[in-house]
Design a protein around this ligand. Structure first.
Ligand code: F6P
Length: 540
């Protein structure tokens, strides 16, 4: 296997990074009045402005060469064709099938998956309509007022992020809540808000073996049985899973299980049955609009030439900073309160997918892979960590996201928000020179002025959309999914496994009985054994 660093375009980009080092974006903007038009892309109502990056046209050409030489086009075709590109788990990667809208077949091992996909969607439709209309009643005949999704990781973050993002579309009187953490506080505090007679639990787990989810589901079931008796369980519990045997063993009627398949990765699963809480919250028609938005981005990703392909552009800019300009982190900054869980969602999508240290050929990577991702909604982040982004010693590329129109046109708020989101990338790009600082305030000493200088030349992308509706959100999520995929291809890693989360899970199983019995002699390092003893001693 050719390693990324051996590719001709990689070497050319290393040399090019040196050549670009003296260039500033300020100068590039001054030289080229058409820079915005030359470095932006549109898809329907979504605009990507990537002109405030440390790139020239030659940089973009070289980055696209690298994408091509890395086999991005081939990998893209292989994913959409249902090939088993998740090599370590020998699985296809077909979240695109979940939102495939036309009637063509998508095959895995020769079988068209679209029949089962449509059948589950139809079942989700019937169920969500029944819950929302009140036709689905609990054991005492009352309609549901609370729906609690119990899941973690991909079985939680996507549905949470989307239901929060699409709050304007929720049905009044039907609260959708999420419990993920094994910390009993999460379940206990949620149950305080619920009436057992009108609460529906959706147990979301691909494997149906995840410790946190099974513990939470068991506690929820105990709570329900405590109030309404065991016979109430079938009316108050449904499951989203690939594991019918475990669902049945838990006591959930298989008729109330919504199936998905091993070719749906956990962090790519919100489009599948895992999205049931979304469909209940916003209604099935809106859920379909979400799928349609994603399908629109899928078609763009599949068919657009690389140099005008939004996910590819975002991915290769990320590669540029990560591998050639030494940026370890990356910030996602939605100026959209409804997207307040976007960074948390993207952390799993990006960091669980591309936080890998072994290449596809099993050798350790000698190049950087996935970045550290963080973010908060604007303008809150401005008053917290932006200081470091503006004047710190680290290079942190940013994605700014904002809607031109608010769902809540309250006084001047949206213009205030927009002015901030437009100002931040400008400030990051331009900075402020010593001369400008002094011109603004001639009374400042040199020393005082130095603290007010902004080096500038700090990169960002801006994603502007008309309004945060289900279709737009679908496009945005799929954009990031494909971006992460392209980067994984360039880095020659498998973006679709997550072996890195296994070791901690195994050790937790070893430690669990030791909390009662004390640490097994010789089983742990002195720190872990000491902490187990300390916990035992402190427990009242
Ligand atoms: O964190 C590891 C992981 O396997 C994720 O990839 C997954 O989304 C999550 O656990 C939950 O898994 P499950 O849906 O099987 O409960």
């Amino acid at each position: 296997m050719t390693h990324p660093t051996e590719r001709a375009a990689w070497r050319a980009l290393e040399a090019h990074a040196q050549a670009m080092a003296p260039e500033t974006m300020r100068e590039m903007f001054a030289r080229d009045p058409g820079r915005f038009a030359g470095f932006s892309a549109r898809l329907d109502d979504l605009l990507l402005d990537y002109s405030k990056n440390r790139v020239s046209h030659q940089t973009m050409t070289l980055l696209m060469d690298l994408a091509r030489q890395s086999g991005v086009e081939h990998a893209r075709a292989a994913m959409f064709a249902g090939e088993k590109i998740n090599a370590t788990e020998r699985r296809a990667v077909l979240h695109v099938a979940l939102r495939h809208r036309d009637h063509s077949a998508i095959r895995v091992d020769g079988a068209d998956v679209m029949g089962p996909v449509r059948a589950v969607l139809a079942k989700m439709k019937d169920f969500s309509v029944a819950v929302r209309s009140g036709a689905w009643t609990g054991a005492t005949g009352k309609p549901m007022t609370s729906v609690v999704n119990i899941g973690i990781g991909g079985s939680d973050l996507g549905p949470v992020m989307v239901t929060e993002a699409l709050k304007p579309y929720h049905q009044p009187g039907l609260a959708v809540r999420f419990v993920s953490n094994v910390d009993g506080t999460h379940m206990a505090e949620t149950l305080k808000l619920c009436d057992p007679e009108t609460t529906l639990f959706i147990v979301a787990s691909k494997t149906f073996t995840t410790q946190e989810t099974i513990a939470n589901a068991t506690s929820a079931r105990d709570w329900l049985i405590g109030h309404l008796g065991a016979s109430a369980v079938p009316r108050h519990f449904v499951a989203l899973s690939t594991n019918e045997a475990a669902v049945t063993a838990f006591g959930i009627d298989p008729a109330n299980m919504f199936e998905f398949w091993d070719w749906v990765g956990g962090r790519y699963s919100l489009w599948s049955a895992i999205g049931l809480s979304i469909a209940v919250a916003i209604g099935f028609e809106r859920f379909e609009e979400l799928l349609e938005g994603a399908a629109r981005m899928d078609q763009h990703f599949l068919t657009a030439p690389l140099d005008v392909n939004m996910p590819v552009i975002l991915a290769m800019l990320g590669v540029w900073y990560n591998n050639f300009l030494g940026a370890a982190a990356y910030a996602v900054l939605p100026y959209d309160q409804y997207l307040h869980r976007l960074a948390a969602y993207l952390q799993q999508l990006d960091m669980e997918s591309n936080g890998k240290g072994v290449a596809l050929d099993g050798t350790p990577v000698t190049w950087q892979t996935g970045p550290i991702l963080f973010g908060e909604p604007g303008t809150n982040g401005q008053h917290a960590f932006y200081q470091l982004i503006h004047q710190g010693t680290k290079l942190i590329p940013c994605d700014f996201l904002v809607a031109a129109n608010s769902h809540n046109p309250l006084g001047e708020h949206h213009d205030l928000l927009l002015s901030n989101v437009l100002a931040q990338p400008e400030a990051l790009m331009k900075g402020r020179t010593l001369a400008e600082v002094k011109a603004a305030d001639p009374t400042l000493s040199d020393e005082q002025a130095a603290h007010r200088v902004f080096s500038g030349n700090r990169p960002s992308n801006t994603l502007l959309y008309k309004r945060l509706d289900p279709r737009t959100l679908g496009m945005l999520i799929a954009l990031y999914e494909h971006k992460v995929f392209v980067q994984g291809v360039v880095w020659a890693i498998n973006s679709f496994d997550q072996w890195g989360v296994e070791l901690g899970k195994q050790l937790a199983k070893t430690i669990l009985p030791e909390l009662k019995n004390g640490p097994t002699p010789g089983a742990h390092d002195s720190s872990t054994a000491g902490l187990i003893e300390a916990v035992r001693a402190m427990r009242s």
